[in-house]
Design a protein around this ligand. Structure first.
Ligand code: ADP
Ligand code: MG
Length: 683
């Protein structure tokens, strides 16, 4: 065997010139092993020749023709136009960019095989930029389908084909799925599957390959999802190996908090509380995600968890992504807990230097609960005895930020909260490194929110509606369009809307809040709104998360068609928090495109966040879904979380089994499918 034919070590660099290696790295191909799992996007059937006259238009085929004429034209733009014939008819080949070598290959009399789509041009059948090869009459046709690989500028498909072909020779493709598991799952062997996908045998149906439901594709997708699950579960288990403070309540703080509440907990809240209480009493860290639709009542559950930590003699930290939300939590938690003797500290970027120093000192000394924004994870902030780290709206924080909070203690328990409901399979995939508790019940007595869709031509009606509502003693939010391209433009729009509403509603107090206000200005506006001093609050999406003003019963959203569905759902969830009949008016600018129409219909018809999320997923795909985290996604190249949901379920079980019983195989599997990319996953 030659040197190049030897089995590739797992991390052996790709055997190619430096310049090519650099390009390959751009598409995630770093080592020989990466090549093995770099699979074709599609296949081209070059095993057959189609007569020019019989080529169906719009479908990629191979023709074999002889060049009758080749010329470079300059008008209307520079192009090489080649006339060629076979026994059945004439075909024009057109190239808008070409090398001299290609021009030479296409000289009169050349016999070529060209692969591409035949279209009807002005002068008859035409192929634009076909792949072609000069051949001699009678040259044998390839017997295999041609794989077309995902590539990058400057790397020809044929080059990738060669590199991968070489890598496959003598490569270690030993199966990492234990045989009994593989048979139980009825999946084909790995080596067979990879060989099949890289070089489908002659006669394989191209459509089956493209549809990606061939057993070989299923095997590959399963392996990929399994790698993701293994990686996340391994991280989860590794954290469990580390000790954590055992938080057992030593007094009745939690019970006293419950006694003082004006409401009783829902069944879902009680279940969540019990699960969390159980976790906190373990000698290893809790890693739990509390998921619940907007308004489900996550805050009180978190507060009770904090009580348990505090009465066990430890500190709890509570971090929220925005100044407004964090302060609101602070005020609420202080109202609940300070009367019970709990020392609550407050840390945010907006504090004056002296106050900040005091609060930092408190965190390092005897504060029992520290509420704040990102300020909590800044250098110089230390906790005396952090036992529980709570992160609200966790998807708004990066991995590093959540980690930083954890690092402020000696492996504290961790409770994350999210109101972005995501469907079960997505959750299993994204959150495989967490235990998930779902609050699947809203507190009683909420009046359902009426949603109306109103064309912007009827804005005056909406203004009238606001006036009437304020007369009845209620308040309203008026949210301005999201303008992704320009924050400046977004501000301007908010400002204009504010001024317009001042004119339209002279008898009312109208306020304005947006992301550019200083933190204390923002707080002042929010406090005035919460106190009922402002009737109508014009806002950008800064109020998206968590704001809780029960007297506000109307949410107006302008240009609703520009918002994401989960965002609309979150915004709508800002109302209906008190006993009053509430509504959400979605103003849209017509005419609506098909997708926009579908999406507004979903939000109009559904109030359940999970159902909205599920439908949104179908329209948008998972990529955009949970934001940028988000662990597994960049690692899934072949599997589709929605279409391959069954694989996710299977992989989750197999991952558990492999990590306990087949650890070396699990390691090898991870190496094969993730290689260096596994770092991306660490959270
Ligand atoms: P979210 O899950 O969106 O964070 P919150 O914790 O802000 O929800 O709760 C929304 C509102 O519901 C708050 O005003 C809260 O005090 C109230 N609430 C929470 N639990 C209950 C309950 N069991 N019964 C009645 N009201 C509740
Ligand atoms: Mg909340």
């Amino acid at each position: 065997m030659t040197a190049t034919g030897q089995a590739a070590g797992p991390a052996e660099p790709i055997r190619a010139p430096e310049a090519l290696r650099k390009k390959l790295a751009k598409i995630g191909l770093h080592c020989e092993a990466d090549l093995l799992v770099h699979l074709p996007l599609r296949y081209e059937d070059e095993t057959r020749i189609t007569p020019v006259a019989a080529a169906p238009w719009g479908e990629a085929v191979q023709v074999e023709v002889v060049v009758t004429h080749c010329e470079v034209q300059f008008r209307p733009r520079r192009q090489m136009v080649v006339k060629a014939v076979d026994d059945s008819g004439e075909l024009t080949l057109r190239f808008f960019s070409f090398y001299p070598s290609q021009q030479a290959a296409l000289s009169e009399g050349s016999r070529i095989r060209a692969f591409g789509e035949v279209r009807g041009g002005f002068f008859g059948a035409e192929m634009v930029h076909p792949r072609f090869r000069k051949i001699a009459e009678g040259d044998p046709l390839p017997t295999e389908m041609t794989p077309v690989y995902p590539s990058t500028a400057g790397v020809a498909n044929s080059a990738l084909q060669k590199l991968i072909g070489k890598a496959l020779v003598g490569a270690d493709l030993a199966d990492t799925l234990p045989e009994d598991i593989r048979q139980r799952l009825k999946l084909p062997g790995l080596a067979r599957s990879l060989h099949f996908l890289h070089r489908p045998p002659p006669g394989t149906d191209v459509d089956t390959l493209h549809a990606r439901n061939h057993p070989a594709w299923r095997r590959v997708k399963f392996d990929e999802v399994l790698a993701q699950q293994l990686s996340l579960r391994r991280a989860y288990l590794a954290r469990r190996e580390q000790g954590a403070p055992v938080l057992i309540a030593r007094d009745d703080l939690g019970a006293r908090l419950l006694d003082n509440l004006p409401f009783g907990l829902t069944g879902a809240q009680l279940r969540a509380m019990a699960e969390i209480a159980g976790d906190l009493a373990q000698p290893y860290p809790m890693q739990r995600l509390l998921q619940g639709d907007v308004g489900a009542g996550k805050t009180i559950v978190a507060a009770l968890a904090a009580c348990q930590a505090i009465s066990a003699g430890w500190q709890a930290a509570f971090m929220a992504p925005t100044e407004i939300l964090a302060e609101q939590h602070y005020l609420k938690l202080r109202d609940w807990l300070a009367p019970l003797g709990v020392r609550v500290a407050w840390l945010s970027g907006s504090l004056k230097a002296k106050a900040k120093r005091e609060q930092i000192a408190a965190a390092a000394a005897d504060a029992q609960l520290v509420v704040g924004t990102h300020a909590l994870i800044q250098d110089g902030v230390d906790f005396a005895r952090l036992g529980l780290a709570i992160v609200d709206e966790q998807h708004r924080f990066g991995v590093a930020q959540r980690l930083a909070l954890r690092k402020k203690g000696n492996n504290p328990h961790q409770l994350m909260m999210s109101a972005t409901p995501i469907p079960r399979t997505l959750a299993m995939s994204y959150y495989a490194d967490l235990d998930v508790t779902v609050l699947d019940e809203l507190p009683p007595g909420r009046t359902p929110i009426k949603t109306r869709l109103v064309a912007d031509t009827r804005r005056a009606d909406v203004v009238g509606f606001v006036r009437k509502l304020v007369d009845e003693g209620r308040q309203a939010y008026w949210v301005c369009p999201l303008i992704e391209e320009s924050e400046a433009l977004q501000l301007q729009t908010a400002q204009e809307t504010y001024e317009q509403l001042l004119l339209d509603l002279p008898a009312l107090t109208v306020g304005l809040v947006h992301g550019r206000l200083k933190a204390d200005e923002k707080q002042a506006v929010m406090a005035a709104f919460a106190a009922g001093e402002i009737d109508v609050l014009v806002a950008t999406t800064v109020i998206e998360v968590g704001v809780d003003v029960p007297n506000a019963s109307l949410m107006v959203i302008e240009h609703a068609e520009r918002f994401g569905l989960s965002q609309l759902h979150q915004l709508r969830g800002r109302v209906g928090r008190g006993p009053y009949e509430s509504s959400c008016v979605l103003i849209y600018a017509g005419p609506l495109g098909e997708i926009a129409r579908q999406r507004l219909k979903i939000i109009y018809e559904h109030t359940d966040g999970f159902e909205i999320a599920r439908q949104d997923l179908q329209i948008r795909g998972p990529g955009e879904f949970v934001g940028s985290r988000q662990s597994g996604v960049p690692l899934l190249r072949y599997a589709d979380l929605e279409l391959d949901a069954d694989l996710v379920e299977m992989a989750r079980q197999v991952a558990e089994e492999m990590l306990t019983e087949h650890l070396p195989l699990a390691e090898k599997h991870l190496q094969r499918w993730l290689g260096s990319r596994e770092e991306l996953l660490k959270s």
